[in-house]
Write a protein that binds this ligand. Sequence first.
Ligand SMILES: Nc1ncnc2c1ncn2[C@@H]1O[C@H](COP(=O)(O)OP(=O)(O)OP(=O)(O)O)[C@@H](O)[C@H]1O
Ligand SMILES: Nc1ncnc2c1ncn2[C@@H]1O[C@H](COP(=O)(O)OP(=O)(O)OP(=O)(O)O)[C@@H](O)[C@H]1O
Ligand SMILES: [Mg+2]
Ligand SMILES: [Mg+2]
Lengths: 227, 227
Amino acid sequence: VIEIEDVTRVYHLGDVDVHALRGVSLRVERGESIAIMGASGSGKSTLMNLIGCLDRPTSGTYRLAGKDVSRLSASELARVRGERIGFVFQNFNLLARTSAVENVELPLLYAGVGGHERRTRAIAALEQVGLGSRLDHTPNQLSGGQQQRVAIARALVSQPEIVLADEPTGNLDSRTSVEVMAMMQALVAKGITVVLVTHEPDIAQYAARVLTLKDGKVVSDTRHEPV
Amino acid sequence: VIEIEDVTRVYHLGDVDVHALRGVSLRVERGESIAIMGASGSGKSTLMNLIGCLDRPTSGTYRLAGKDVSRLSASELARVRGERIGFVFQNFNLLARTSAVENVELPLLYAGVGGHERRTRAIAALEQVGLGSRLDHTPNQLSGGQQQRVAIARALVSQPEIVLADEPTGNLDSRTSVEVMAMMQALVAKGITVVLVTHEPDIAQYAARVLTLKDGKVVSDTRHEPV
Ligand SMILES: Nc1ncnc2c1ncn2[C@@H]1O[C@H](COP(=O)(O)OP(=O)(O)OP(=O)(O)O)[C@@H](O)[C@H]1O
Ligand SMILES: Nc1ncnc2c1ncn2[C@@H]1O[C@H](COP(=O)(O)OP(=O)(O)OP(=O)(O)O)[C@@H](O)[C@H]1O
Ligand SMILES: [Mg+2]
Ligand SMILES: [Mg+2]
């Protein structure tokens, strides 16, 4: 479902060029689970943004469910993102003056889901990550790990085909992390494709495949029995 | 140097009260290293904000280096924070339109350090966390772990007596985390008091003492040989 071929991404800063991705190729089958690891600055979030159609490669091709993403218009890209992809951002990207439940309703609002169903589904998603008693808190009234869980709930509420999670347990204690990974495994069991970036080997072991990036290149791609 | 006695912190949200800390007492000697662990939402960041003089308890007392913090004026508090405490925030709190090196210079600017020395020390602090090639990048031109390292450099550049680090390795790969913890250990060896919040047992083992919070209370406080 995800076919990335020889993709590069260069950031231009004045007279300096930062080569964040230097020729990455990746094929992910529908329903696979894959963990992306690598040192800080190795290009993991840049790759996730490309997969999530939030950014375009400098060169190379990206086909999502058979369609060449570079041929899509801005509005078609937005629709693909809204309908098919759920994204947990490394820095959460929650709306600041908006409550947890309203943040989680947002993907459903864009999908045209009615008010009553939106609220019911958003509450269920927040209860699933243990935040049933924090529905009306705004992000600055939540702990770091609670904000991260709101971001997770928001990514999952529209039941997307592909979940992209960038360091989803970075601010979570071990027990809450295990609960979140159990949710991710339940998604994989339902045929959803899950790509997660993590620096923690204990979290990576939940995926059937581990890809390691170094300086913008893939240095290993191994399969194993998931935990 | 840190004496917290029976401190509570209640957040009032309309008609709901959130009891984030429910009677916490803690004595930290000068030069000690202590790790604070506990589930997401257990009160760790709230406690760190109190220790760092960024917030006041609802009840209880806090003496810092012998002085009752509640007796200090707002400007005296600000001076204590600027001169004695270095804080690594869970969400980094970097200035958005400001380069890495200017973000790290900020504590020195407040301390009245001259321009040339500020720049030299800020560059050295950034090189120490491996960001010598990222001095002029603004936060949105840095990876998550790079932003975290700028926050660490900023906390250490003024050589404070007390370092408070809230999840300083949450976005760092294992090798970079080990380098950061080696820096923290070097500070302890120089007599600096280090309090760090972490959810990772591998990181907590670098401290000589581990305090665990649960629902706003201390449930264990154990000492061991640091790694
Ligand atoms: N400004 C606020 N208003 C209301 N409630 C708050 C506020 N800040 C924090 N809380 C609540 O206080 C509790 C403790 O928050 P705190 O940030 O100290 O937790 P934490 O232990 O640091 O969690 P984490 O590991 O997720 O960062 C949480 O349940 C949170 O929802
Ligand atoms: N907007 C930008 N402009 C310039 N350089 C950038 C920009 N965004 C990222 N970079 C650089 O590209 C490289 C890769 O960044 P990326 O965010 O993909 O790393 P990462 O693997 O996710 O790191 P981390 O584990 O720290 O989150 C980094 O060296 C970073 O400094
Ligand atoms: Mg990243
Ligand atoms: Mg916290």
